[in-house]
Design a protein around this ligand. Structure first.
Ligand SMILES: *Cc1c(COP(=O)(O)O)cnc(C)c1O
Length: 367
């Protein structure tokens, strides 16, 4: 089969083993075999990070990463509470949008998209506004590739005694997440980014004590995590789950374990990412953010002079690569390359060859 090399930030290029895992016996989600599968995935998910293993519960939802994020915000921010969203990109803005859609009180502390989170401004609000119960942040702002400093943010939240909810959709499985040190109440993620599964299942890891200490605040029946929590204790779910996608997620989690867990996946991603950056820099393409502030998952690059994103995208697509455009105000100035999924160093070599050809061709055409 022709391989599509997906360098967009999810869904990812599957390993052959994960693809084959989709083809297993049909299963009714009300039968014990499915409950067993669910319990196995839940256990593997909390085991990805040792800090999460004892105090957190993984809750599986059928939907994309956005579904898990919205379920987390809807269920956990109390109706009488108030959320402070720290935003420096599309995904922070989207969470603010969700919270206001759910009719909950909201304060946004926004920074420019090329900037780090504005923690000074955040502290000012926490000092002055005692109504704030939850801080909401994005671990890896996929808009730019910035890995936000959640250790620092977690310290501040602890100091002011507010809970922290994290969008970890594009980091879970490949970057460090310190559940207890960062004082996380919950984080949301998905099967089809750093875990290398198939799109269709997402999940929230919630500190278990939350379920006993306060009622659900969900303004939605389908997204109410308390319902799922109660039924998934025995492996069942209130609604039909994406059964085949669960098979694939189980296999993807096994692969992650066999490959040495999240920290070795981070090493592998870093290798790929450094090779991509160095290769493109040799061709005169500049990175948008410095390496020290970037994730291992995705980097953004300035569009080279004289090229539109579409020209580069279309030329690479002919060779099997899918790259990703900038969003919003960065649409015409950057492009993005992610290195999640079943991508290898040889694929990066080929990518760099294609880039070199593309840039060379243009130079020979324009006099
Ligand atoms: C991809 C992504 C999402 C949304 O995930 P979908 O699966 O497209 O719904 C949310 N947050 C971050 C940080 C992401 O990278």
């Amino acid at each position: 089969m022709k391989r599509n090399l997906l360098l967009n930030p999810g869904p990812v290029t599957l390993s052959e083993r994960v693809r084959q895992a989709l083809i297993q016996p049909d299963l009714c989600h009300r039968e014990p075999e499915f409950a067993e599968l669910t319990l196995d995935i839940k256990q593997r998910l909390i085991n990805v990070y040792p800090q999460a293993a004892s105090d957190y519960e993984a809750i599986l939802l059928t939907g994309s990463g956005t579904c898990a994020v919205e379920a987390m915000l809807s269920t956990l921010i109390p109706r009488q509470g108030k959320a402070l969203v720290v935003a420096n990109g599309v995904y922070g803005d989207r969470m603010a949008n969700m919270i206001s859609t759910h009719g909950k009180r909201l304060q946004i502390v926004a920074a420019e998209w090329q900037e780090p989170m504005n923690l000074l401004e955040l502290e000012k609000h926490l000092q002055q506004d005692t109504a704030i119960t939850h801080v909401v942040a994005v671990h890896h702002e996929t808009t730019t590739g910035r890995l936000n400093d959640i250790a620092k943010l977690g310290q501040i939240c602890r100091h002011y005694n507010v809970a922290l909810l994290l969008d970890a959709v594009s980091t879970f499985g490949a970057e460090e997440i310190q559940f207890t040190d960062w004082n996380l109440e919950a984080c949301a993620a998905t099967a089809n980014k750093c875990l290398h599964g198939v799109p269709g299942i997402s999940f929230v890891l919630v500190r278990r004590s939350v379920f006993d200490s306060r009622p659900s605040a969900a303004g939605s029946l389908y997204l109410d995590l308390y319902r799922y929590y109660r039924e998934q204790i025995s492996g069942f779910s209130p609604f039909t789950q994406a059964v085949h996608v669960c098979y694939a997620l189980q296999t993807a989690l096994q692969e992650l374990e066999e490959q040495g867990g999240w920290s070795l996946r981070r090493d592998r991603y870093r290798n790929l990412s450094q090779k991509i950056c160095q290769g493109l820099q040799k061709l005169g393409i500049k990175t948008f953010l410095d390496e020290q502030v970037s994730s291992c998952v995705l980097r953004s690059f300035k569009l080279p002079d004289g090229y539109t994103y579409e020209q580069i995208h279309d030329a690479l697509k002919q060779s099997g690569f899918i790259i990703y455009a900038g969003q919003g105000g960065l649409k015409n100035s950057i492009f993005r390359i992610a290195n999640m999924g079943d991508i290898h160093l040889e694929d990066v070599d080929y990518l760099l060859t294609c880039f070199a050809q593309l840039l060379h061709q243009k130079q020979t055409i324009t006099p």
